[in-house]
Ligand binder design. Structure first.
Ligand code: BGP
Length: 463
């Protein structure tokens, strides 16, 4: 049967650092995204000198969330994904006591969601490591962060146990390899050569995630807590065996993270990487046991595009976005992201076959240069992208994939992570705000707003 289950979770996803703004309000501390543009570290002197910084104000969701959530519920969302900004709860990350004003904000936010019939889907850290943990401890390479993260998790699980049933630990944890500063709070000067720091940071995050899984099930027995990876697809550029093998190995660089977190142990193929890259992990007694005993309940992931691997491209060690040669059979977005709905079906099958545990598409969407014409935005390109991807998602469900839900990335225009700009817009809702923070901040429904509303009303039938 090509239909989504009746309790399928339909909604949208944002991240605190890309939407809330109010980056110093109510006692919030600075996190690594507050001093990075496009997820790349920009030292304080460059950022704090009054230079406008999109994420410092973003779309002011911190103050407009009631209006914005009302617009989301107008499309029939039964869930909504966002992150808790860690530095609102522990401004420096290593305090013993949390910041009550930060806790209160998310109390109000989750209450508003629940009152509107939207399940909160909460990312515990969406690239939002408190900067102090980077400055003072060197980020996730230091296992002290396991203790600080666990303390943070315990506080939010206890505080929101009656409001939140769906959690995930680290956004796109596999990006510790490609954007190590944002994803692992790893010092830029350390990532040019060393794989040691990336795999050590990954190990500490695996242990932290497993401890969070344990705590979550103890404090909120009915909750589901997942891991989350960036898993757009990778193809061989040609049938040349070196391209095929390379694509397989590059895919493994990402699947390594879900292998550990979903299966509960280090895969044997990692041993060769560790030998070849002189990686000697600091694994403490109990680490491997907790990883094994408390794996993730589901695999959340982002899918946007596919790219291709061509013989000679690096597998490990390169920093930067998903590399790859253009696929001559695919069109692309204005940012060169190749549009591949069949690839979406392929990846859904690939991941379900690998783990045989529930999947959750927590990011999928199209960034584009939307134009406000009067009070209208005609974004048929976005409707076409979504229609084709939801069609293929339905095919994957018919293939037997156990899919929990779909939260479209960026249901309202927010600051793009990779570009640090407003210009790359994803929303069904347009926000009149430009890269320099100018504009009325007014919200406008795009053509895709009513279209997605019908999709949800028909549980994915009316496309
Ligand atoms: C993912 C991030 C999101 C979001 C998305 C779109 O990697 O988890 O934060 O930003 O990418 O990317 P961008 O905003 O760069 O278009």
């Amino acid at each position: 049967m090509k239909t989504f289950k009746k309790d399928f979770l339909w909604g949208g996803a944002i991240a605190a650092n890309q939407a809330e703004g109010a980056y110093l309000e109510d006692g919030k501390g600075i996190n690594v995204t507050d001093v990075s543009r496009g997820l790349v570290y920009e030292p304080d002197e460059k950022v704090i000198d009054g230079k406008f910084y999109p994420t410092h104000e973003a779309i002011d969701f911190y103050h407009t969330y009631k209006e914005d959530l009302k617009l989301m519920s107008g499309m029939g969302f039964n869930c909504f994904r966002t992150s808790i900004s860690w530095a609102r709860i522990f401004p420096h990350g290593d305090e013993n006591e949390p910041n009550e004003a930060g806790l209160k904000f998310y109390d109000d936010l989750f209450n508003e969601m629940n009152e509107l019939g939207m399940e909160p889907i909460v990312t515990i850290s969406h690239y939002e490591t408190p900067l102090h943990l980077y400055d003072e401890y060197g980020g996730w390479e230091n296992r002290k962060l396991i203790e600080f993260f666990t303390r943070y998790c315990k506080v939010i699980f206890q505080r929101y146990k009656d409001q939140v049933r769906y959690w995930m630990t680290f956004n796109e944890i596999n990006n510790v390899h490609t954007i190590p500063f944002a994803a692992g709070a790893i010092k830029p000067e350390k990532t040019d050569h060393s794989m040691q720091c990336r795999f050590q940071a990954a190990h500490n995050m695996f242990v932290a995630s497993s401890k969070a899984n344990k705590l979550c099930h103890e404090i909120i027995p009915e909750a589901k807590i997942g891991c989350m990876l960036s898993l757009s697809g990778i193809y061989p550029h040609t049938c040349k065996p070196e391209d095929v093998l390379g694509a397989y190995q590059l895919r493994r660089r990402s699947l390594f993270f879900s292998d550990v977190m979903m299966r509960g142990y280090y895969p044997s193929y990692a041993n060769r990487w560790f030998e070849e890259h002189h990686v000697h992990l600091d694994i403490q007694p109990g680490d491997l046991e907790i990883i094994k005993e408390y794996p993730s309940d589901y695999l959340g992931f982002s899918y946007y595009r596919t790219t291709t691997y061509k013989d000679g491209m690096p597998i490990l060690g390169h920093t930067g976005g998903l590399i790859g040669e253009k696929n001559p059979y695919l069109k692309e977005t204005p940012w060169g992201w190749q549009i591949d709905p069949i690839g979406f079906r392929y990846v859904l099958n690939e991941l379900y076959d690998r783990y045989q545990k529930p999947l959750f598409v927590v990011e999928n969407g199209m960034g584009n240069v939307d134009v406000l014409e009067g009070d209208q935005i005609h974004d048929n390109y976005r409707i076409d992208y979504l229609r084709s991807h939801i069609q293929q998602m339905k095919e994957a469900v018919a293939d037997g994939v156990d899919l929990m839900g779909y939260t479209y990335w960026g249901p309202i225009d927010i600051v793009s992570a990779g570009t640090g700009e407003m210009k790359k817009r994803y929303g069904f809702i347009y926000v009149d705000r430009d890269n320099d923070g100018k504009g009325t901040g007014k919200r406008y429904k795009k053509d895709s707003y009513e279209w997605y509303k019908k999709v949800i009303e028909s549980n994915g039938e009316e496309l």
